[in-house]
Structures are given as C-alpha cells and as structure tokens.
Design a protein around this ligand. Sequence first.
Ligand SMILES: Cc1cc2nc3c(=O)[nH]c(=O)nc-3n(C[C@H](O)[C@H](O)[C@H](O)COP(=O)(O)OP(=O)(O)OC[C@H]3O[C@@H](n4cnc5c(N)ncnc54)[C@H](O)[C@@H]3O)c2cc1C
Length: 334
Amino acid sequence: MSTVLILGGGTGGVVTANVLSKTLDKKTHKIKLIDRNKNHVFYSSFPLLMINKRKPQHLTRELERLNKKGIEFMQSEVKKIDVKQDEVETSKGKIKYDYLIISLGAEHHPETVYGFAEGAYNIYSFTDLIKLSGQLEQLQKGKIVLFISSLPFICPSAPYEMIFLLDAYLRQRGVRKNIELTVVTPETSPEPLAGPKVGESVRRMLKQRDIKLITEAKVLSLDTTQKQLILDHGIHVDGDLFLGIPPQWGPNVLRDTGLVEAGGWIKVDPHTLQTGNERVFAVGDATALRLPVMGILAPKAGIFAHYQAEVVARNLALLSQGKKPKHRYAAKGL
Ligand SMILES: Cc1cc2nc3c(=O)[nH]c(=O)nc-3n(C[C@H](O)[C@H](O)[C@H](O)COP(=O)(O)OP(=O)(O)OC[C@H]3O[C@@H](n4cnc5c(N)ncnc54)[C@H](O)[C@@H]3O)c2cc1C
C-alpha cells in the first residue's frame, strides 16, 4: 500500500485530494490530507462577507467530509518536512509518505508592520472580516484607508474588488457622501501584472467613484494615536478605519526543507510542479512560479492552484499505473 500525503486543505490541497480520490486505485493507495484547521475556507467570498452579502457559515466546509470519499483527513500542525526520510512530522506524530504534495499557501504577518495588529482590520483574515462587516453595517461617516503592506500579495485583484464593493455598499446604505475612500499600494499601478490597459481602466473606475489612489507607497507603520498610516518620504495618510493586507511569504515550516528559494516560496518545474525531489510536488500560493517573459513571480490565485492541482493529481494517477505522466501546467487561468 502506498501513501499519497497532501499538506494543506485549501484550494490546492482539496482539489488534489478530490481528483486523486477519483483516479487512484484505493486498494493500493491511501490518500491522506493534513490541515491545522477543522474547516476549508473559501477566500474568494471574503469580499462578499465584508459587505454582509454572505454569512460566515457560507464560506466554510468541514474537511472531515473528505473521509466520505476515502480520503483520510487529519487535523494537525505540520511541524517539519524531511524529504530525505520521506517523512512529515506533525503535532500528532510522524507520517511516512511515498508521494508528497505541498499546498500550504502563504503565511500572513501583520505583526511585522508596527501598529497593524492594534489599529487595522486584516482583510485577508476570516475572523477580522466578520468583525469588520459588523462595523461597516453601522458606519455613518469618516475616512476609510485600504492599504497593501508589501509585494507580493495573494490575489492582486482582491483589494480593488473589495474597495469597489465597499463603495457600492456604502452608496446603497446612503452614507457614501460622508465617507472618504483611499487605496494605498506599493504597486506602480493597480494590478501591474495584468498589463497597462487593466491598470488604466482600474484607475478610471476609481476616479469615477471618487476613490483616492496612492501608488508606489512604502508602508512603514500605523500610528494608532494620531490615526495615520505612515509612508516613506514623510507622507501620512489620515484615516478613521484602516483595512490592511499584511506582508506575506512562504510558510516557515518549508525553510529547512531545501525546497525553497528566497522569500520562502517552493522552487518547482513550471509544467509538472515537481520540486527538487522527484516524489515531492507543490501547488498553489506556496510555489515560486514565475512569468516566463519578465521572470517575476506569477500572480497567486485559487484558479491557478486549482489547475496546478489537477495536473499533479492526474500525473500521479498515471505514475501509479506504471504510465508516463503526460499532463502539463500551461498557466491556465492567466
Ligand atoms: C480576499 C481574497 C479574495 C480572493 N479571491 C480570489 C478569487 O476571486 N479568485 C481566485 O482565483 N483566487 C482568489 N483568492 C486567492 C485564493 O484564495 C488563493 O490563491 C488560494 O486559496 C490558494 O490555495 P492554496 O491551496 O495554495 O493555499 P490556501 O488555500 O491558503 O491553503 C493552505 C492551507 O494550508 C494550511 N496550513 C498552512 N500551514 C500549515 C501547517 N504548518 N500545518 C497545517 N496546515 C497548514 C492552512 O490552514 C490552509 O488551509 C483570494 C484570496 C483572498 C485572501
């Protein structure tokens, strides 16, 4: 009996598990999935949760439901990955594997921006968004500042989707005229990876809706006493309500694996998603996939994680039948 071990029950992990459960022979293969959380969380609906168009329970599914498909779910913390010993250490013990798929996403670090944790809502956090949605329901006036702490950050369109939805929501509530909206970003223009046309049209849409935009901003800290976001060059942005996207990097647990490059993202073959170890694959936000032309990190989004997971799972199914892997990731979704 061989074991396929999947780390992470987010988009990449769950898609990998689902495809494998349909394609692998369960008499000869065990599929195990580990996540620290009990629930899968659907981040794509965070913007709707923020404006009270979704309830928290609409965004989560118990990972234990995977057991019904013959996938063994284990809720525990991944502590160490030893690719030389084919072994993963978890808070519930060590697990040996024959094939490993890493889909641990990105780590979020609000604590690295002074004042963030005390003074801003983390709009990439499920619990913060639930609290924020309650406050927005009551909000009558003031200045809202949505800021991106640093690059790269996952789902580059999300902050713009969120500010446009917020604008529409506040108009619907009839309070938009009393509320100023500002976006602060380190990007040169909105969504630079989508090209100059997209950047121009997002700028135009922001302007039409009277949403201020500050680009090429380096966020230094949040002064909770003065209620100011502090940028470099002595620029201060006043606000009553701060919504932040925290700095993000590859999961700490990957640091000593020998699989990662600078920034902590996993080096993978761009077509097979294989790491430096032939029986270890990585998908989703944790990977260091790059754009072929510019060589910079490709945008990180669930749609890419999904297609990468399909490629890995389908190739593993072929390998398990003694066949040659034939599926290749061609940046579908970009
Ligand atoms: C606000 C917002 C809106 C978005 N909207 C979209 C959208 O519209 N379309 C789109 O395509 N993408 C969207 N995305 C991006 C998308 O959600 C991510 O790209 C996708 O979830 C990445 O999947 P993943 O499997 O790589 O990582 P994740 O989904 O983050 O899953 C990683 C999992 O690993 C677990 N984990 C991490 N470390 C450990 C550990 N040490 N031990 C145990 N478990 C661990 C985590 O608990 C988590 O469940 C959005 C993201 C956000 C934040």
